[in-house]
Design a protein around this ligand. Structure first.
Ligand code: HEM
Length: 539
């Protein structure tokens, strides 16, 4: 079926000519052992009323495979859609030669094409949750480059809730359903967020229409975290990545999203699939922001703080290539469900920055994938590089093949060796070797103490009137589920971002308190256990 994935998924490699059972042809249903199936309707029983027999091997095989059809969902980003495509490089950064900044080959020549697989997702709820929910959207791209894979695991929004990976499980728990009621709870969300002021910028996006992109084609993408580019001399610069949709950006207000959800909870997957099926291929331009690799004391934010934007007027978004999605998956599970992206997956010429979120993420992704998909997840066609792979790693569950070199002495699965085993590669360029001199500490990045308010206030002022009103309505709705203490803390924090922002939220909450029956009850919380006191449950 043309691509490596299809062969492995459908088993199209089988030679039907070799089948011997009489009357069998290419369409014949078989067991996984290759036995033709004569009756797929009736279990084998003693008489037509049973009982069934244990030697009913065909039935047991069918049901026991069905019993294992699911793997664990992604702990976050469970709901998603994916597509194949191609990335075409412009061969320069704006008007400058790309080699000045990075030696990564996929960017190096104008017109160079690299195959990609993209998975879009929402974050908090399960695998078939509505695609109209307020949530960041994942935007993960796997580039199958000539130097091995590069994963750019991003979101639609350019900033994040927190800036230290230590806080991620707590943040996610606050956004996930309550562990007792199994309902998402505005009281729990804002309990956490009101004690985490670096989230204000993200919240000002998320509760506005920017928190519900109209579909996957009309949303931006961003790497969010700060990475590095490294050139041939080993010199690094800080870099941020952004995807700009050529279809334009479209977001939904809460009422618009509800109208769609009433009729269709799969609209974004359907929109992407149908666009590609009909040849209407979506495109995104990849743009980068570049900054010299130092601490930048002149800025009022830290370039390693992912809750902040790098202002575009100082750090322009410079185009480096175009991505086109032009082919739907052949099998959702084999490709979209089993694909595994990770921030550690970089190619030569790309590097990590010291961004603490990025460092934490880099451990998390491959760790979860060894659990979610299995120790040999990189042997699956969707995850395997499209270049040669030769390792001395062996065995483990579901070993599908051994990655050896054509002329390797395959007795040698260790290195170094003088018996024709695998050998180290020559270096592609000078290694980037940043120098460190500091105390080992536990401290947050915080330049001036008030930095969490400035960009959130700017974002409030940049929203148009409709976005501002939708933001106030949505915050009111979610915060109505919180205790008064939490409400007050959020109003105080938003007031520090912008006085009008805080005032409008306070007034809106007061109006809502007078008329509680008007609340949408989309978020649970205080209304469940009126006092807001924790339940006295034990497990
Ligand atoms: C998925 C962890 C922050 C974007 C995941 C998964 C984990 C995870 C465990 C599931 C992966 C899988 O099962 O294959 C973390 C941690 C973070 C963090 C520990 C913070 C320290 C972020 C940020 C972004 C992001 C800041 C956006 C830039 C994504 C995306 C996916 C994902 C797009 C879905 C990938 C896919 O489609 O398979 N994350 N994450 N995450 N994360 Fe994060």
């Amino acid at each position: 079926s043309g691509n490596g994935t299809g062969t492995a998924v459908t088993g199209a490699g089988t030679s039907y000519d070799q089948r011997t059972a009489s009357g069998e042809n290419a369409q014949t249903l078989t067991t996984r052992q290759g036995h033709p199936i004569y009756d797929n309707q009736n279990t084998r029983t003693v008489g037509n009323r049973g009982p069934a027999t244990l030697e009913n091997y065909q039935f047991i095989e069918k049901i026991s495979h069905f019993d294992r059809e699911r793997v664990p969902e992604r702990v976050v980003h469970a709901r998603g859609a994916g597509a194949h495509g191609v990335f075409e490089a412009y061969g320069k950064v704006g008007n400058e030669p790309i080699e000045k900044y990075t030696r990564a080959k996929l960017f190096s020549q104008k017109g160079k094409q690299t195959p990609v697989f993209v998975r879009f997702s929402s974050v908090i709820h399960g695998g078939h949750s509505p695609e109209t929910l307020r949530d960041p959207r994942g935007f993960a791209v796997k580039f199958y480059t000539e130097d091995g894979n590069w994963d750019l695991v991003g979101n639609n929004l350019k900033v994040f809730f927190i800036r230290d990976a230590m806080k991620f499980p707590d943040m996610v728990h606050s956004l996930k359903p309550d562990p007792i009621t199994n309902l998402q709870d505005g009281g729990r969300i804002f309990d956490f967020m009101s004690n985490t002021p670096e989230s204000l910028h993200m919240l000002t996006f998320l509760f506005s229409p920017w928190g519900i992109p109209a579909n996957y084609r009309q949303m931006q993408g961003s790497g969010v975290n700060t990475y590095k580019w490294v050139n041939q001399e080993g010199v690094g610069v800080l870099v941020k990545y952004h995807w700009e949709p050529q279809q334009g950006v479209k977001n939904l207000t809460q009422p618009e999203a509800e109208a769609i959800q009433a009729k269709n909870f799969n609209h974004a997957t359907q929109d992407l699939y149908e666009a590609i099926e009909s040849g209407n291929y979506p495109q995104w331009e990849l743009r980068v922001q570049i900054m010299s690799d130092d601490e930048h004391p002149e800025l009022d934010f830290d370039p390693l703080d992912d809750t902040k934007l790098w202002p575009e007027d100082q750090f322009p978004h410079v185009p480096v290539g175009m991505m086109t999605l032009n082919r739907n998956p052949e099998n959702y599970f084999a490709e979209v469900e089993q694909v595994a992206f990770g921030t550690g997956v970089l190619v030569d010429g790309l590097d990590f920055s010291d961004d603490k979120m990025l460092q934490g993420r880099t451990f998390s992704y491959s760790d979860t994938q060894r659990y979610r998909v299995g120790a040999n997840y990189l042997q699956l066609p969707i995850n395997a590089p499209k270049k040669h792979v030769a390792t001395n790693q062996r065995d483990g569950q579901m070993t599908y093949h051994v990655d050896t070199a054509p002329n390797q002495n395959t007795h040698v699965n260790y290195e170094p060796s003088s018996l024709n085993g695998l050998t180290e590669s020559p270096r592609a360029g000078i290694e980037h070797e940043p120098e460190y001199r500091a105390k080992l500490v536990r401290q947050k990045i915080d330049r001036r103490g008030d930095i969490d308010f400035k960009q959130a206030g700017e974002r409030w002022r940049l929203h148009n009137d409709e976005e501002k009103q939708d933001l106030i309505n949505n915050l009111t709705d979610a915060l109505s589920a919180a205790t008064e203490e939490i409400q007050t803390r959020m109003v105080d924090l938003f007031s520090k971002c912008d006085a009008e922002y805080g005032r409008r939220l306070r007034e809106s909450l007061a109006t809502a308190a007078k008329n509680p029956s008007a609340a949408t009850r989309r978020y649970m919380g205080r209304r469940l256990g009126q006092s807001g006191q924790p339940g006295n449950h034990t497990v």
